[in-house]
Design a protein around this ligand. Structure first.
Ligand SMILES: *Cc1c(COP(=O)(O)O)cnc(C)c1O
Length: 491
């Protein structure tokens, strides 16, 4: 027993902090050195590689019960994890639609974790920084300072939050208190048949059901057919539904089509609908000198979702939703339990950021965005978007020049949809099999990572050039290798 009489005093107390900070410091320096080399030399590695069986087996090892040295664990990380990334940091990764990360952003994630702040809110510097990033987002998108917003895990959550505010604002009853069963007429939301799948998940999660999301046909260029939309709204009204929300897509994931935002804003105003824009692909065109005109009208949205982890290359995760009417935004999510009451001074005197979304604890994802925006300046990010679009146009040009390649839709921005088509006639099915095989070989040979999709029943390969590391020569290489593999495959 110690003098204090504390029965605990002779039991060794435990902590997660190391006993030897010096050793951890040396390892940390090694990790930083390795990380810089990893990004610096990324071009020399394959864009993707499949994992050998031993690597797959490694990730089935049992729950660790006893400690192990971090240096050894880090060695496993360098051998079993780092060589097998998704690949989106690689200059020739063009699948789906992603950002390519940036080193400063990675430092931001590290520093955020070291500082450790919880962005649920409160009176501390990280909360001010978070709100500053949201303010910058409003400014980039032409939203007024009076609007509100929040950083989210990604675009899916950003869209869900926006559609929640839209549902509550248009329900005509207190949905938070009474639930959707109390809504007088079933709500209807409208979007093009190209709308991202997260909207379906959102209307389902909101209890409206998938049928509440009316998919309107698109024109040849995959933009929403406004006459068809107008008809659908009128028909629904006549049938006793309540048209509530118009979801415009600024940059479809399939082909990059941008709905006519001004025309849709006009229609929403005329029909008294909430006007939401899903700008996960294209909203950031608003900051680009050459292409901002394509998203004219975006600032008229009642709500806007976009993705810093795409167009701003923030390391995952970082999405953002902006809501024009801050009071409606807060009214959709704010709850003040007794353990989260504000105080006049001290830590609980700051804004409660959890009142603008579904999370209570929130990560400090603002820092990685803030650092990169300060370091590079917004003008550079705007130019990178123009560069990506110019690269998309360049690839389209290369494809048009090749007899064996066929563009499936004229390229609007930085998403290029095309297929390999040999001289000999092939059925759609055979073309799909051939193009899928080409795509897989490009991946497996580590040359380039594309994805595929189907446009009006025609399968195609899809290149989304949203990568600040891509050079024009990478696109030349892609076309050369594609033709080589196509020829190897035969017909
Ligand atoms: C990527 C994307 C989403 C979903 O965003 P996540 O960040 O992946 O959750 C929604 N809509 C569009 C148009 C997208 O491209």
């Amino acid at each position: 027993m110690g003098l204090s009489g504390n029965p605990q005093s002779e039991i060794a107390e435990e902590t997660l902090d190391p006993q030897d900070w010096g050793a951890l410091k040396a390892l940390s320096h090694e990790i930083v050195d390795d990380s810089i080399a990893y990004l610096r030399d990324i071009r020399d590695r394959p864009s993707w590689r499949s994992m050998p069986a031993e690597v797959k087996a490694f990730f089935t090892s049992p729950l660790p019960r006893k400690p192990a040295g971090i240096a050894g664990i880090y060695r496993d990380v360098t051998e079993k994890l780092m060589p097998y990334p998704m690949g989106n940091n690689h200059p020739r990764f063009w699948s789906w639609y992603m950002g390519a990360g940036n080193y400063t952003g990675a430092l931001g994630d590290f520093l955020a974790a070291i500082q450790g702040s919880n962005l649920g809110g409160g009176n501390h510097a990280a909360a001010l920084l978070d709100q500053q990033v949201v303010s910058w987002c409003k400014e980039m998108m032409g939203f007024p300072a009076s609007a509100s917003g929040t950083l989210t895990t990604g675009g899916s959550e950003a869209n869900l939050l926006a559609l929640t505010v839209a549902r509550n604002a248009k329900a005509g009853v207190d949905v938070r208190e009474l639930g959707i069963a109390a809504i007088d007429k079933p709500l209807r939301f409208y979007a093009s048949d190209q709308v991202h799948s997260c909207h379906r998940k959102a209307v389902e999660a909101l209890g409206l059901g998938n049928r509440a999301l009316r998919l309107i046909p698109t024109e040849k260029d995959f933009r929403i057919d406004i006459a068809a939309l107008r008809q659908a709204i009128a028909k629904d009204r006549a049938k006793g539904f309540k048209p509530a929300c118009l979801i415009a897509t600024a940059g479809t994931v399939n082909s990059g089509a941008i709905d006519d935002l001004n025309a849709l804003a006009d229609l929403a105003a005329e029909q008294d609908l909430w006007f939401h824009v899903d700008g996960c692909v294209g909203a950031l065109l608003a900051i680009s000198p050459e292409n901002a005109w394509r998203v004219a009208g975006i600032e008229r949205a009642h709500s806007l979702a976009f993705d810093p982890h795409k167009g701003l290359h923030a390391p995952f995760e970082a999405g953002c939703v902006l809501i024009k009417d801050a009071a409606q935004h807060r009214a959709a999510f704010a709850v003040t339990p007794e353990y989260l009451e504000s105080t006049p001074r001290g830590l609980a005197a700051g804004a409660w950021l959890h009142e603008y979304g579904l999370q209570t604890s929130r990560g400090f994802r603002a820092l990685k965005i803030w650092l990169a925006l300060k370091e590079q300046g917004i003008d550079k990010f705007g130019r990178l978007i123009d560069q990506a679009i110019a690269q998309g146009q360049y690839l389209s040009g290369l494809i048009e020049k090749e007899q064996r390649l066929e563009l499936l839709v004229p390229t609007t921005i930085n998403i290029v949809c095309f297929r390999y088509r040999p001289a000999q006639h092939l059925t759609e099915e055979a073309l799909k099999a051939l193009n899928t095989e080409i795509m897989l070989r490009l991946q497996e040979q580590g040359i380039a990572t594309l994805s595929d999709t189907t446009l009006r029943g025609r399968h195609c390969l899809r290149v989304a050039v949203s990568n600040h590391r891509t050079r024009y020569s990478d696109l030349d290489l892609l076309v050369g290798e594609l033709l080589r593999i196509g020829a190897d495959l035969g017909p």
